[in-house]
Design a protein around this ligand. Structure first.
Ligand code: NDP
Length: 251
């Protein structure tokens, strides 16, 4: 089933059954909602994040919902080395055999200031978490994902990753680069693997990051992370087979 707009997808109850999906930044915000939603639609979810307590809370929520028992993998994407990602890949292979889905969701906002005032150390931190970690994670997990009969990778973009906006600094630049990474990778994997690669812009969503970026905004006017899940379920599930190298909006 191919649809024009992933946001209009009506997910069948078990659309992710028998899939193992890794979600980065799974402890809060959109990543938490995605982990819960994927599990409730049948997936075994690997919860990756830097704050163990948050991951444990999501684990408990998934267990209480009667969904497949998830796994927790604590990792700070800022300091992780290439070897750490290799260890992650080996662990997933040992525990689950293969990997069907990867949601690159974790992200840092960084500073909201001019390029002239941007602190170099924060610039590097944002680029490390929002871009370089995605490259390293992707590189480490590609061989495993290639063994799945059907696999999907989703990168998280942003409106400021498609048109530059003043004062968004490294965040905007990292999201442009994320769109580029997804396009390069999708082209390389096209017709030589069963992995599809797409970008998804969540749009204005009620999370902690959004509240920091727009302190004067009434959060009640925003969609919740749960409300934008149809697009995520579509792009990570079998119904998006054949769709790759594209950039979508979740709302
Ligand atoms: P949140 O700040 O609520 O969540 C970000 C997540 O990333 C948290 O789970 C956080 O973990 C994790 N994270 C941050 N740094 C690291 C790190 N070094 N290692 C591991 N995990 C880390 O943001 P959102 O849920 O709003 O954002 C999710 C994604 O959506 C991001 O990529 C963001 O850029 C994008 N986005 C969001 C929009 C919105 O309106 N909310 C709009 C457009 C794009 P911890 O909680 O432990 O800090």
């Amino acid at each position: 089933m191919s649809i024009k707009e992933p946001r209009n997808y009506q997910p069948p109850p078990n659309c992710l059954q028998d899939r193992t999906i890794l979600v980065t930044g799974a402890g809060s915000g959109i990543g938490r909602a995605a982990a819960l939603s994927f599990a409730k639609h049948g997936a075994t979810v690997i919860l990756l994040g830097r704050t163990v307590e948050k991951l444990e809370t999501v684990y408990d929520e998934i267990e209480s919902a009667g969904a497949p028992i998830p796994a927790i993998y604590p990792l700070c994407l800022e300091g992780a080395t290439e070897q750490d990602y290799q260890t992650l890949a080996s662990t997933i292979e040992q525990e689950f055999g293969t990997l069907h889905g990867l949601l690159h969701n974790a992200g840092l906002l960084g500073q909201r200031t001019t390029i002239g005032n941007y602190q170099a150390q924060i610039w590097q931190q944002v680029m490390q978490v929002n871009l370089n970690a995605q490259f390293l994670l992707t590189k480490a997990l590609l061989p495993l994902m290639k063994t799945a009969s059907d696999a999907a990778m989703v990168f998280t973009s942003s409106g400021v990753g498609r048109k530059g906006r003043p004062f968004w600094g490294a965040y905007a630049v990292s999201k442009f680069a994320t769109e580029g990474l997804a396009q390069v990778l999708a082209g390389e994997l096209d017709e030589v693997s069963n992995i599809r690669v797409n970008c998804l812009n969540p749009g204005a969503t009620r999370t902690a990051m959004r509240a920091v970026a727009y302190p004067a905004e009434d959060p009640g006017t925003l969609l919740s992370p749960e409300a934008i899940m149809p697009a995520y379920l579509y792009l990570l599930g079998p119904d998006s087979q054949g769709i790759s190298g594209q950039s979508f909006d979740a709302q």
